[in-house]
Structures are given as structure tokens and as C-alpha cells.
Design a protein around this ligand. Structure first.
Ligand code: HEM
Length: 496
């Protein structure tokens, strides 16, 4: 045996391993000693094994009990800092908003969307795009159609489909997804699509698939070098292809709008954008077509699954709480009656519906860990240092389940938000479903309008029953990118 060649071969292997390890650790070697406390974890993988067979919310609850409101975890190459509890969340995301309102630029989703639009951009680009989008959504009223009438149009289409089921067991997942996606179409493209429209069905399913692919791709974030392996282990190529198909569809819509654009007669979000573009010019990065397309994709991806899932949580809690369903319907009969559909003007007179929606948002807990923020520089917080490049997670779940804020947090109870006079008692303000601070959900007012109009209209016409009396749907959630209920069917019976 040639020992010298064996020795040199081993030396090369060892050298490669050492270089790889140095590269992997080079970031963690730069981390300061006063990091937020947390588990040590293993070399290379960090604490990833903690999540082997566990519910992430439960694991974070345990880590918070052990390490406090601000703890850190090494997950592959990333340091993740989790912030829990109302006080710490407000201190970070409101009082120290200047430091805590960014997103990391090297995330997979950020790169797929070229760090444009709202959700994955930061700095001045994000501020200006967000301000334009918010003010357009807030003052929404293009042509003769208000935002409310667009939602009502969709509600009416949805009621028809439900009626056609004749009270047979039915899964509301596809219908709610298409309905919410269609409201976004109406806001952005100016028109809704028929539910059987092939192009619309395909685009909606691509949006939903992207939402799932982003969840699956999270591991690639922790171990970015794995994405160079052959194949498409983390579905990143699929995510890129889906996004490209969606972008092509949105660009088609933008071009059609440009051909028929009339500044005096703006029809929708695209027209409002084109109007600004004509003043600033395409060279302005805020008002270029690509930024418009990505902002629209953001609305679909951030708004569809979250809102549709919240409606399904509402139905699930109705099935489990017949007495609450009766009380809701009683309020609708008193305030609205049965001869017309509910409208937003009814909302201030319907505190029980508002309390119900607040409780659905709290217990449904659709975005328990919000969307990750990121440290674009070293952040000094409560005597600790959150190093540049860290992922920062607002642990909204810690607020939704806080017994100090919500007595018996595991009980579904809309009454907790009502005073003795039957009016809202202000505790609904503590429900942080839409996050907080400068990144607070841009679509909150749209989502709240949708939740109110869809749910009150459903309850006015139909009763929700379990698939069979001995088959109540499971109330636990599954954390994908959003926290969703397990698929369930129900019988939706027309009221006499
Ligand atoms: C019940 C429904 C919804 C829930 C629970 C929800 C929740 C959230 C949460 C937790 C965030 C992350 C905020 C953060 O980074 O801290 C967010 C961001 C966002 N949401 Fe929603 N959302 C809902 C509906 C919608 C709708 C209907 C739209 C659009 C029409 C929308 C558009 C957005 C956008 C654009 C962002 C990014 C904001 C930014 O980064 O500045 N959302 N949402």
C-alpha cells in the first residue's frame, strides 16, 4: 500500500472539510457574546432537530418559558431571534420600529420576487410602494363600484354555489379560496371571473401552490448550499416557474389596461398605478411595471389563503358552538332583517358579529409567527445584540394565547370582547392577527370587510351543520405557511 498517497488523500479531504466548516461557521464566529439566550444546538445544523416531530408554536412556548421573551436559535446558517409577549413585541416593532421593520434580502422568496413589491422589499422602496398601495386601498372607489359593492358581488356568487349543494356534505375550501381571490381580481384588474373560467382556476391554484411551496422551501433558507444539489429538493425551481407563469398573467392584464387607459376614468388598482407612472415615468423604480406586478402578486399570495382560511375557521367554530350561531343570527335578523344583504353600514350596530370575528381571528390564529422580519444591521435591544443578518420572528401566537390578556385562552368565547352593556369592551384591540408596527398587514381593512360581509350573509341564509352529528370537525390547526384547519366537510342548509 502506498502510504504517502493515502496520507495526501486524507490531507486533502481534511482540508476540504476544514474549509467547509470554516465557511459555515464564519458567520457564527462573528456573532457577539451577548446574543439573546437560547439552546446551544449542534455544529452545522444548530437546533433544527428540536423541530423533528413537534408543533412549532408549542416548541416556542417551551423555549420562551426557559429563556424569556427574547430568545435565539441557530437554524443552519441563520440565527433566528424570536420575540414574544405583548410588551416586548410593542417595544421592538413599535418603539424601535426603525430597526425592526426590514426583511432580509437573501431569502428565497425575496429573490424569486426580486425584492420588489411590498412583502419582501425594505427601505425607501418598501416605504413608497406600501404608502401608495395603502392609500389606494383605503380610498378605494373606482368608477361606480366601491370596494364594498365588489365584495357584495362576490358574496352573491358564493351564496348561489352554496345553495346548489342542497345541504349535502361540502368542503368550503375551494369556494372560499376562489371567492377571496376573485375580490382581489376585482380590486386589481377591475373585474371578477366566473368560477369555471379555466385561466382564473389555474392562476388561483398557482397562487395557493406558491403559498405551500414557500413553506416547503424554508429549509433551503437554513441550508442554502443544499439548493445546489441536483434535482429540485426544495421545490425552488417549481416556485420560480410558478411565479413566472403568474407574472406573465399579471403583465397581460397590465398591458390590456395600458391599451384602454383613461386617466379621467380609472377603473382599479392597475389604473391608479398607471396614472402615477404617467407622472413619474417608467424609470422611477417605484412606478415601473415590474413593481406593480410584484405588488399585485403580494396581494394574492398574502391575502387569499389567510382570509379564506379565517372564513373556514369561522365555519368550524359555528359547527362546534350552535348557541353562538343562534345568537349571531338573532342579531342579523334584528339589525338587517332578511329582505336585503348585510352592508358595512350595519357593522357598528352589530357588536356580537364583531366580537365573533375577533374571537375567530384570535383562536384561528392564522399567522401565529407573522412573516419573518430581518436585521439589516446589528440591533441593540434590551442590553443584547441581534446581529446583522438574523431572522426576527414576531411570535404573535404568544399574545393570542396569553391568559393575562384573554382568560381561558383555549375556550372559544366571543363574549370576552363584550361589556355588560353588550358593546365591545376594547379587548378586541389586543388581538394581533394582522401583526403590529410599520409592517402591519396592508390588507387589514379589506380582510375585515370580507370577513364581516361573507359571514353575516352566510348566516342570514344558511345554517351550518356537521357532516353527520357524530362527525364534528377537528379543532386543532396545522401550521403550513398559515395555520389552517384540517380539511372538513359540512352541511349548509338553507333557512326557511
Ligand atoms: C384574515 C386575513 C389576513 C391576515 C390574518 C393577515 C395577516 C398578515 C400578517 C401577520 C402580515 C405580516 C406583517 C409583518 O410582517 O409583521 C401580513 C402582511 C401583509 N398582508 Fe396580510 N393578512 C390578511 C389578509 C390580507 C389581505 C386580504 C391582503 C391584500 C389584499 C393582505 C396583504 C398583505 C401585505 C401586502 C402584507 C405585507 C406588508 C408589508 O410587508 O409591509 N393581507 N398580513
Amino acid at each position: 500500500m502506498d502510504f504517502s498517497s493515502l496520507f495526501s488523500c486524507n490531507t486533502v479531504t481534511v482540508a476540504i472539510v476544514v474549509v467547509v466548516l470554516i465557511l459555515l461557521f464564519s458567520r457564527s464566529l462573528q456573532w457577539p457574546s451577548n446574543l439573546p439566550p437560547g439552546p446551544t444546538g449542534y455544529p452545522v445544523i444548530g437546533s433544527i432537530l428540536l423541530f423533528r416531530n413537534g408543533n412549532v408554536q408549542e416548541i416556542f412556548r417551551k423555549l420562551r418559558a426557559q429563556y424569556g421573551d427574547i430568545f435565539s436559535l441557530k437554524l443552519g446558517v441563520n440565527l433566528t431571534v424570536v420575540i414574544s409577549g405583548e410588551e416586548a413585541l410593542k417595544e421592538a416593532f413599535i418603539k424601535q420600529a426603525e430597526d425592526f421593520s426590514d426583511r432580509l434580502e437573501n431569502t428565497i422568496t425575496g429573490q424569486v420576487l426580486l425584492n420588489k413589491g411590498i412583502v419582501f422589499s425594505s427601505g425607501e422602496h418598501w416605504k413608497q410602494t406600501r404608502t401608495f398601495s395603502l392609500s389606494t386601498l383605503r380610498n378605494f372607489g373606482f368608477g361606480r363600484k366601491s370596494l364594498e359593492s365588489r365584495v357584495q358581488e362576490e358574496v352573491a356568487a358564493c351564496l348561489d354555489i352554496i345553495e346548489q349543494q342542497n345541504g349535502q356534505p361540502y368542503d368550503m375550501k375551494e369556494l372560499t379560496t376562489m371567492a377571496i381571490s376573485n375580490v382581489t381580481c376585482s380590486i386589481t384588474f377591475g373585474n371578477r371571473f366566473d368560477y369555471t373560467d379555466v385561466k382564473f382556476k389555474r392562476i388561483t391554484s398557482l397562487f395557493c401552490e406558491c403559498f405551500k411551496l414557500i413553506a416547503l422551501g424554508r429549509h433551503a433558507q437554513a441550508f442554502p448550499y443544499l439548493k445546489y444539489l441536483p434535482g429540485d429538493m426544495f421545490n425552488i425551481k417549481k416556485l420560480i416557474q410558478n411565479t413566472k407563469d403568474i407574472r406573465d398573467f399579471v403583465f397581460e392584464q397590465i398591458n390590456e389596461h395600458r391599451n384602454t387607459f383613461d386617466d379621467e376614468n380609472q377603473r382599479d388598482f392597475i389604473d391608479a398605478f398607471l396614472s402615477q407612472q404617467s407622472k413619474h415615468g417608467q424609470e422611477d423604480a417605484i412606478f415601473e411595471d415590474l413593481n406593480l406586478a410584484v405588488s399585485i402578486i403580494n396581494f394574492f399570495v398574502a391575502g387569499t389563503t389567510t382570509t379564506a382560511t379565517t372564513i373556514r375557521w369561522a365555519i368550524l367554530y359555528l359547527i362546534h358552538n350552535k348557541h353562538i350561531e343562534d345568537k349571531l343570527r338573532q342579531e342579523i335578523e334584528t339589525v338587517v332583517g332578511t329582505s336585503r344583504l348585510p352592508s358595512i353600514a350595519d357593522k357598528p350596530h352589530m357588536p356580537y358579529q364583531e366580537a365573533f370575528i375577533a374571537e375567530v381571528l384570535r383562536m384561528g390564529n392564522t399567522a401565529p409567527l407573522s412573516v419573518p422580519h430581518g436585521a439589516l444591521k446589528d440591533i441593540h435591544f434590551r442590553g443584547m445584540v441581534i446581529p446583522k443578518g438574523s431572522v426576527i420572528m414576531p411570535n404573535l401566537d404568544s399574545v393570542m394565547t396569553d391568559p393575562e390578556l384573554f382568560e381561558n385562552p383555549e375556550k372559544f368565547d366571543p363574549e370576552r370582547f363584550l361589556g355588560k352593556d353588550g358593546k365591545l369592551n376594547g379587548k378586541e384591540q389586543n388581538v394581533m392577527a394582522f401583526s403590529l408596527g410599520r409592517r402591519i398587514c396592508t390588507g387589514e381593512s379589506v380582510a375585515r370587510m370580507e370577513l364581516f360581509l361573507f359571514m353575516t350573509s352566510f348566516l342570514q341564509r344558511f345554517e351550518f351543520l356537521p357532516e353527520s352529528p357524530d362527525k364534528l370537525p377537528f379543532t386543532g390547526g396545522v401550521l403550513e405557511l398559515a395555520r389552517v384547519p384540517k380539511d372538513f366537510k359540512c352541511r349548509i342548509v338553507k333557512l326557511k
